[in-house]
Design a binder for this molecule. Sequence first.
Ligand code: HEC
Ligand code: HEC
Ligand code: HEC
Ligand code: HEC
Ligand code: HEC
Length: 181
Amino acid sequence: MNLRSRWLAVPGFICIAALATMLSAYSGASSSEGNSPVQPVKFRHTVHVDTLKMNCLYCHYSANKSFDPGLPAMATCMGCHTVVAGSTPGNKEEIQKLAGFWNKKQPVPWIRLHKLPEYVHFPHMRHVNAGVTCQTCHGQIQNMKQVYQASSLNMGWCINCHIGQSNPPFRARYDCSACHY
Ligand code: HEC
Ligand code: HEC
Ligand code: HEC
Ligand code: HEC
Ligand code: HEC
């Protein structure tokens, strides 16, 4: 897609709020809200975050340091799962699948949910360090038996928060080149 020509077609006099409203109805390029693929291993955030009280950053270790939050290395999981084999037949079966990948020295081929188009710039660390919680954007992950995409991730959604319209309110740059360059 030719972003530059689409971009030039946006008349300069349209104010940011109108543009945001206009584009929030557009459901093109980002991954879609509600998206929830079945994963190769049935890993539950409920058990690990809610019951075991693990911090998000224990696994998504670079969310406060880089653009990409990162997915946990196998060794992070196996630190426990060489010992924790599971207490129910269902859990045992899923943990065996995990161990299967580990024994073959392969990472689990997790299916990615949240995805912005290439031409959008999204620095996780800026958001996390400004105090925007993971849940503000990702919903109540700790209650999800299977992760789903809780927000639209479209341009209107981003700008709505950057201009101070979210709850709680935040402020950030909203000139085009903040997110597109
Ligand atoms: C701090 C220890 C710990 C770490 C680290 C850990 N787990 Fe677990 N995990 C557990 C415990 C405890 C259970 C509950 C086992 C039971 O009683 O059946 C569990 C359960 C599971 C289950 C069974 C289904 C479920 O979610 O309840 C899967 C699959 C699983 N873990 C995968 C993983 C993966 C993948 C990772 C790495 C991303 C990981 N675990 C990291 C302790 C851990
Ligand atoms: C024990 C490790 C572990 C912890 C702790 C953990 N996660 Fe995850 N997370 C994973 C794994 C493994 C996946 C990939 C499988 C899946 O989607 O369930 C994942 C997937 C995700 C995704 C979807 C990624 C995508 O593909 O777009 C989000 C969002 C997420 N986690 C947010 C969180 C948040 C927020 C917390 C804290 C409330 C958290 N995670 C805590 C291991 C963890
Ligand atoms: C301001 C909104 C926002 C906040 C806050 C936020 N995220 Fe995200 N997250 C996103 C967006 C947007 C994407 C898609 C990014 C892309 O495609 O470049 C994403 C993607 C992800 C992914 C998938 C990345 C991958 O490589 O598979 C994970 C995991 C994730 N976020 C975890 C977290 C965790 C953990 C936190 C809190 C420490 C967090 N996010 C905070 C908006 C947010
Ligand atoms: C819930 C509020 C919220 C949402 C939603 C949000 N942001 Fe932000 N954004 C912020 C805050 C707060 C900052 C940090 C401002 C600061 O550090 O001064 C920020 C900073 C940024 C920056 C760095 C700007 C600079 O100063 O250089 C970029 C780029 C950015 N966001 C892109 C996005 C994109 C793209 C989306 C949507 C996919 C998005 N944001 C969604 C609140 C949000
Ligand atoms: C806070 C971040 C942010 C800012 C600021 C921003 N955008 Fe976007 N923009 C996005 C995101 C995210 C998308 C991804 C498309 C979607 O799903 O809405 C996007 C998509 C687009 C697209 C592609 C839509 C299509 O039809 O494919 C155009 C064109 C665009 N933006 C133009 C602009 C212009 C012009 C400005 C300045 C007035 C601007 N953007 C400011 C985040 C931003």
